[in-house]
Design a protein around this ligand. Structure first.
Ligand code: PHE
Length: 339
């Protein structure tokens, strides 16, 4: 029987086929139910037990060689039609879904674009800051509650290493290093130690703006913000400024826009007032200019700052700020068509 196996091995190795019929012939002769291989396996049960191991090994080797040879012969005569059998190559391919911009990026880019059109540039700064750039240079008194542990994330025991609570820190950096005229917006991520809820998060995004030159007035601020509101929320949008307080601006104001949902008639988004608050602003306090090495007798300027989440929630009527950070694909896919 061993001899038979080695004979077959030789024959199979040397076998050549010139057409499909000969390949089929090969299959019938060696691999079919009544083929040589089956016969050998049938004979295997009569092999004495002490020789079974050696025979088994040889037989399995032969089986492997025959199968490989058959696969090879088949592949030689396989036509394109065989390969494509059952595949309709005229069907359109499965569409590949492209990723989309995050809603916060869409709105951030839109805001930047609006200010680029009137000559502002974009500046960015570090998220890990020091006390000077976040508070002291911006005229925050030492005992101001914003410096408190309740609001600010300190990274080390050293209170001079902290996560910025607003992007006004970048305003300071720009004023320290550039001579007026300065016209820039500062987008970025900010951090405040707040309890996370539908309306507040400990991480959010701001875009602040700064304009410093000779003779910059409150009228310039108002006109710039009116232009922004109309570009962002539609030409019919109106604005109103309410007096407010920030340590780094004097006078300070908060700006409302006429509610873009109900057009000012009153709805649950504007809490039936017709107005929605969207940003803080004011004339840069002379102390801040001096702290940054700018002569406040020659130069004046205005600044404003807004939350990107807030504006995005308003624009797309998103009710829960946490959706921005959960990366739920069902939420994000709704913005696929928006560029
Ligand atoms: N920095 C302020 C804040 O985080 C926003 C602001 C910027 C207000 C510039 C006035 C001028 O709330």
């Amino acid at each position: 029987m061993l001899q038979k196996i080695s004979q077959l091995l030789e024959i199979v190795k040397g076998f050549e086929a010139h057409n499909k019929e000969q390949v089929e012939q090969f299959r019938l002769q060696y691999l079919s139910k009544k083929g040589e291989l089956s016969q050998l396996f049938d004979m295997f049960k009569d092999v004495p037990n002490d020789q079974k191991k050696e025979f088994g090994k040889q037989l399995n080797f032969l089986k492997q060689v025959i199968q490989e040879k058959y696969d090879f012969l088949q592949s030689q005569f396989q036509s394109t039609e065989d390969v494509l059998q059952g595949i309709d190559i005229t069907l359109p391919e499965n569409p590949i879904r492209l990723g989309s911009n995050h809603p916060l990026s869409i709105v951030k880019n839109r805001i930047i674009e609006i200010f680029l059109k009137i000559g502002f540039v974009v500046s960015e700064g570090p998220e890990i800051e020091d006390d000077w750039h976040v508070f002291t240079a911006l005229n925050f008194p030492l005992e101001h509650p914003a410096r408190d542990m309740q609001d600010t994330f300190f990274i080390e025991k050293n209170p001079d290493v902290l996560l910025r609570t607003h992007t006004s820190s970048v305003q300071v950096r720009v004023m320290e290093h550039q001579k007026p005229p300065i016209r820039a917006v500062f987008p970025g991520r900010v951090f405040r130690n707040e309890a996370i809820s539908a309306r507040a998060h400990c991480i959010f995004h701001q875009i602040e703006g700064l304009y410093i030159d000779t003779n910059v007035s409150f009228a310039d601020l108002k006109q710039t913000l009116l232009y922004f509101a109309k570009e962002m929320f539609g030409v019919d949008t109106q604005i109103r400024l309410r007096p407010s307080y920030f340590p780094f601006t004097e006078p300070s104001a908060e700006m409302d826009i006429s509610c873009s949902i109900c057009g000012g008639k009153g709805c649950n988004v504007c809490k039936y007032s017709g107005w929605v608050e969207i940003l803080g602003c004011g004339m840069v306090d002379p102390n801040v200019l001096e702290n940054c090495g700018i002569d406040s007798k020659i130069y004046t300027g205005f600044a404003f700052g807004m939350g990107v989440e807030r504006i995005t929630m308003l624009k797309y009527q998103i009710k829960d700020i946490r959706l921005f950070f959960e990366n739920d694909i069902r939420f994000l896919r709704q913005f696929e068509a928006v560029l």
